[in-house]
Ligand binder design. Structure first.
Ligand SMILES: Cc1cc2nc3c(=O)[nH]c(=O)nc-3n(C[C@H](O)[C@H](O)[C@H](O)COP(=O)(O)OP(=O)(O)OC[C@H]3O[C@@H](n4cnc5c(N)ncnc54)[C@H](O)[C@@H]3O)c2cc1C
Length: 353
């Protein structure tokens, strides 16, 4: 079969690329071997500021604008619901943090996203001595549901292959890509942390940051907002909440650990003054890059082979944005911002002169 694009990886990155191609009237085949997935375990929260320090994030306004358009379009297309706008209440731990909040409210980069009025009412079931700050334009994507719904749809129209992409079956010519029975014009790797096993891109500095998350039932909480303190609590309906997330730079396995469970329980108990029950625990590796920037663009030797990776801790906002940028780069030769261009590493790694 002939197609415009092959996408390897059906996580957030690969699927946002697929929908972007669909909107641009391009054909594609997605190959996903259900190997290891950061997307399926993600908290899915999106917010345009760094909640720890109240600082701005690269291009967050543009990313947010696009996401607000993109995900509802996918929802409509699939007749499903997974994109939820919801305020984030940042719990303050001290007067000093409140002061930092007011400073950020005066900063033109962060001011549009922060409510300068402190929220000083009690949230039932949540302990707070120093109140909360409200972040605007926030919410969460039920990433697992997005992935499963869109993958199922793609499977039903025969453009998703549930198999491991075997590099030995790949032939790259100047004008075409051949993979088994598929002939394509372009090949995009959106393989997340498994990039380390990808012979074409394994040298890129995707170091990976493991994260773990709890699903808990809290019948007395009735929360209608996301609360962020040491941990975040996201209400996902039916008295269920996601509680996360941990950061571990050493362990590169997908197994849940007692240490992370303990850390999350401590964070949760610091926040809650009501009973809870742990329902499930999940773990995955975020595809983080040493310089904390995504990796987007063409292979240093093959102009028709690309990488879309390094979404790190912010996949929900980055994925639609980077997919659009990559499409414009491939189809219209629009240059990539040097912050995200994978070529920044080609010189560093002495792959090109
Ligand atoms: C605990 C945790 C909490 C998180 N919380 C948030 C959050 O609140 N907000 C946020 O924005 N982000 C969050 N993230 C980060 C987010 O999950 C990632 O940025 C994003 O999901 C990365 O998507 P991806 O498609 O690049 O990678 P993945 O989701 O890992 O997808 C890669 C896909 O490639 C496939 N694949 C790989 N190699 C092959 C091969 N050879 N053949 C076939 N298929 C292959 C895999 O099967 C997989 O489906 C969190 C991550 C974790 C672990």
């Amino acid at each position: 079969m002939k197609t415009d694009y092959i996408i390897v990886g059906g996580g957030l990155a690969g699927l946002c690329m697929a929908f972007t191609l669909y909107k641009a009237n391009k054909t594609f085949v997605v190959i996903d071997g259900d190997i290891r997935s950061s997307s399926k375990v993600a908290g899915g929260m999106f917010n345009p500021v760094v909640l720890k320090r109240f600082t701005s994030i690269w291009e967050s306004e543009a990313q947010l604008k696009l996401a607000d358009d993109f995900y509802p379009q996918v929802e409509k297309f699939l007749d499903a619901s997974f994109y939820h706008q919801m305020p984030i209440f940042r719990k303050f731990a001290s007067i000093e943090e409140q002061n930092n909040w007011f400073l950020a409210c005066d900063n033109s980069n962060t001011a549009p996203f922060l409510n300068p009025k402190l929220f000083n009412e009690q949230l039932k079931g949540i302990k707070s001595s120093f109140y909360f700050g409200e972040v605007y334009n926030t919410g969460f994507l039920n990433v697992n549901q997005f992935v499963i719904s869109y993958q199922n749809y793609l499977k039903s129209i025969n453009v998703l292959r549930s198999e491991y992409f075997d590099h030995k079956s790949l032939i790259i010519n100047d004008s075409s890509i051949f993979y088994k029975d598929i002939e394509a014009k372009h090949l995009i790797f959106a393989d997340g942390f498994s990039i380390l096993n990808n012979p074409l891109f394994h040298y890129l500095p995707v170091d990976g940051t493991k994260g773990e998350l709890l699903y808990v039932r809290i019948p007395d909480l009735k929360l209608k907002v996301i609360v962020k303190s040491g941990v975040f609590i996201i209400p996902i309906g039916n008295n269920l909440y996601k509680v996360g997330a941990t950061y571990n730079w050493e362990d590169k396995t997908d197994a849940t650990t007692e240490a992370a469970k303990k850390e999350l329980i401590e964070g949760l108990e610091e926040l809650l003054d009501c009973e809870y029950e742990i329902i499930n625990r999940v773990a995955g590796i975020r595809p983080t890059v040493k310089d904390r920037r995504p990796l987007v663009g063409a292979h240093y030797q093959h102009e028709n082979v690309y990488v879309l990776n390094g979404l790190g801790t912010r996949g929900v906002l980055l994925a639609p944005y980077l997919a659009e940028i990559l499409l414009l780069n491939i189809e219209n030769d629009v240059p990539l911002d040097k912050n995200i261009d994978v070529a920044r590493y080609y010189k560093k790694l002495q792959l090109i002169k």
